[in-house]
Design a protein around this ligand. Structure first.
Ligand SMILES: [Zn+2]
Length: 82
C-alpha cells in the first residue's frame, strides 16, 4: 500500500493554496478539497521563501497525525557501535 503524501495545490485568485494529498488519491487533499497534484517534494512543505502561496493548516495537522505510528528519524538512524 502506497501511503506516501504528496503536495497538491488549489488555485486562488491571489495565488495558490497548498495541501497534502495521498499519493494514491492525488486529486483530493487530506482535508477533502479538490486539488491538482504538483511536483513539489513534501520536504518543502511550509518553506514560504521558495514558493508563493499559503499552506493548508488542516492538512499539516492531518499529515502529522498520519506520521505518528512511524518511528522517528532519530530511531531509524540509530546504529549501535560494534
Ligand atoms: Zn488542506
Amino acid at each position: 500500500m502506497n501511503d506516501e503524501l504528496i503536495i497538491s495545490q488549489r488555485s486562488l485568485q491571489e495565488g495558490f493554496e497548498f495541501h497534502y494529498a495521498s499519493a494514491e488519491v492525488p486529486t483530493t487533499s487530506l482535508c477533502g478539497t479538490t486539488v491538482i497534484p504538483t511536483q513539489i517534494q513534501p520536504m518543502f512543505w511550509g518553506v514560504d521563501s521558495a514558493i508563493e502561496g499559503r499552506w493548508c493548516e488542516r492538512c499539516e495537522t492531518l499529515a502529522r497525525k498520519r506520521k505518528v505510528p512511524d518511528p522517528g528519524p532519530e530511531d531509524a538512524g540509530y546504529a549501535p557501535c560494534i
